[in-house]
Design a protein around this ligand. Structure first.
Ligand code: ADP
Ligand code: MG
Length: 164
């Protein structure tokens, strides 16, 4: 597990931009964390790192948006889905097979409908003693495709390591 802490929305975007350098076609990122913790903000930084020039906005109401970049990006938010079937109907399998990067906000809620090979990014905070712009970001590899990249990723993200 990699643990990071950011102190501004810009820093969360920057961290995600750094992570984007490690992305490969077919990757799945599961974003977890309450409303307002920064899942969309994180995806904006990720998109920037993928060379997406379009503005990335929350897909909460449209459920899914696709962007052209170095690797195409599919950005989903499943908060408003009522059933796992809706995710299937939305074409999640096709998105994952399309050779892009798929980012799912609230993905932790629909894990049974997702392949068990992904990077989970859990955003939380601020805690009671933190500034309101503080966020804790935990990254965890699940399945075979991320563990070979975790060492280098940890080094790349080390400037956001929490002080203790
Ligand atoms: P979510 O998609 O998880 O609901 P958003 O990214 O839409 O969250 O909103 C996060 C809000 O919190 C934005 O208004 C953003 O500017 C603000 N914010 C403040 N500090 C941070 C931080 N460290 N990381 C991410 N967002 C932050
Ligand atoms: Mg969001």
């Amino acid at each position: 597990m990699i643990t990071a802490r950011t102190t501004s929305a810009a820093a969360t975007r920057e961290l995600a931009t750094e992570l984007a350098a490690f992305l490969q076609a077919g990757d799945l990122l599961v974003l977890a964390g309450d409303l307002g913790t920064g899942k969309t903000t994180f995806t904006q930084g990720l998109a920037r790192g993928l060379g997406v020039t379009e503005t990335v906005t929350s897909p909460a109401f449209v459920l899914a948006r696709c962007y052209e970049g170095r690797i195409p990006l599919a950005h989903l938010d499943v908060y408003r889905l009522d059933t796992l079937q809706e995710l299937t109907d939305l074409g999640i399998a096709e998105m994952l097979d399309a050779g892009g990067v798929t980012v799912v906000e609230w993905g932790d809620v629909v894990l049974p409908a997702l392949p068990s090979d992904f990077l989970e990014i859990k955003l939380a905070g601020p805690g009671p003693d933190d500034d309101e712009d503080h966020r804790n970001i935990d990254l965890r590899a699940v399945g075979p495709s991320w563990p070979p990249r975790v060492g280098a990723l940890r080094t790349a993200l080390s400037r956001w390591e929490p002080p203790c």
